[in-house]
Design a protein around this ligand. Structure first.
Ligand code: CP
Length: 312
């Protein structure tokens, strides 16, 4: 049993309900992970994912060990059958098998390189960990998905949704100075739809996401129309999927400001963080009453705790 995508979850509503209970009483199950060890393996930087997952494991009585593999580990070879006479030092199948012997559970962060759609879509690193570690594997954000973030987002929506109607949820593309992965947007779309919500995705032409993740969503290029009467606006940049990893529009008018929300008076604004202030989202929104970004970050603890508890 692993946690790398929404299909790994049998009952989303039950997992969100469990996360809510853990939030109300974080130490209620502090013996469940006694004498168990989790390895948190980071091939890329992190603030929230690292600290919230550590906290989650500790709340369940587990010992959590962090390895910054990108800085402290041997250079990994990914290719099966490779003749390793170049710069790579250790094959992922050997490294994953070793780590599986040291821990009861592994959690792995492995971003895409954004150079080859085929290579990133193959999710080689997470798949190799699953194949060779022999213990449950949690994704801490892979090339195409960020499921712990999405579960925290679903928890946050559940806590703040209007009671009298179905919420209007909008995933809104934002400009950025760099080419970013699609993982957060893909995951948010697939979790929102799987949770039974309606989803509007809005972005400039050319930023269509992989349709594997957006089937059932309404796609609008008219930003104003998409935001009208929204209850939640999830702001996120991603690079082009079709022109893989490229940035071909940095239109500043897509940065969300209060002016964009004149026809969405009740809209709450979400972002996974880290955020480029006044590039993706204005200070006035981030520091104002609409912002749920700190609550999302806080909820990362209880999302991770619910997942680790279910795997234990
Ligand atoms: N949202 C998120 O995953 O943050 P970090 O990259 O800091 O872990």
């Amino acid at each position: 049993m692993h946690f790398t995508k929404v299909e790994d979850v049998h009952d989303i509503a039950a997992l969100i309900a469990d996360a809510r209970q853990l939030k109300a009483a974080p130490l209620a199950h502090q013996n469940i992970g006694k004498d168990r060890n989790i390895g948190l393996i980071f091939l890329n930087p992190s603030l929230r994912t690292r600290l919230s997952t550590q906290r989650a494991a500790q709340n369940l009585g587990m010992r959590a060990t962090v390895l910054n593999y990108d800085k402290e580990g041997w250079a990994l070879e990914m290719e099966d059958g490779a003749i390793m006479n170049g710069t790579t030092v250790e094959h992922i199948k050997d490294a994953a098998a070793v780590m599986g012997q040291y821990f009861d559970m592994l959690a792995v962060r492995a971003f895409p390189k954004l150079q080859s759609m085929e290579e990133d879509s193959a999710e080689t690193i997470i798949r190799q960990f699953i194949k060779y570690a022999g213990v449950p594997v949690i994704s801490l954000e892979s090339a195409t998905r960020h499921p712990l973030q999405s579960l925290a987002d679903m928890l946050t929506i559940d806590e703040h949704k209007p009671l009298a109607k179905k919420p209007k949820i909008v995933l809104s593309w934002a400009p950025h100075v760099k080419a970013l992965p699609h993982a957060v947007a893909n995951s948010f779309a697939e979790w929102t739809l799987a949770a039974g919500h309606e989803l509007v995705i809005t972005h400039p032409e050319g930023y269509e996401l992989d349709t594997r993740f957006t089937k059932g969503a309404t796609i609008l290029h008219d930003h104003e129309e998409a935001l009208e009467n929204a209850d939640f606006v999830y702001v996120k940049n991603w690079s082009s999927f079709k022109a893989y990893g490229q940035v071909h529009n940095t239109d500043e008018s897509w940065m969300l400001t209060e002016k964009h929300l004149l026809d969405a008076p009740n809209a709450k604004v979400m972002h996974c963080l880290p955020v480029r202030r006044n590039v993706e989202l204005s200070d006035e929104i981030l520091d104002g009453d609409r912002s749920l970004v700190q609550m999302q970050a806080y909820n990362r603890i209880f999302a991770a705790q619910a997942v680790i508890k279910s795997l234990l």
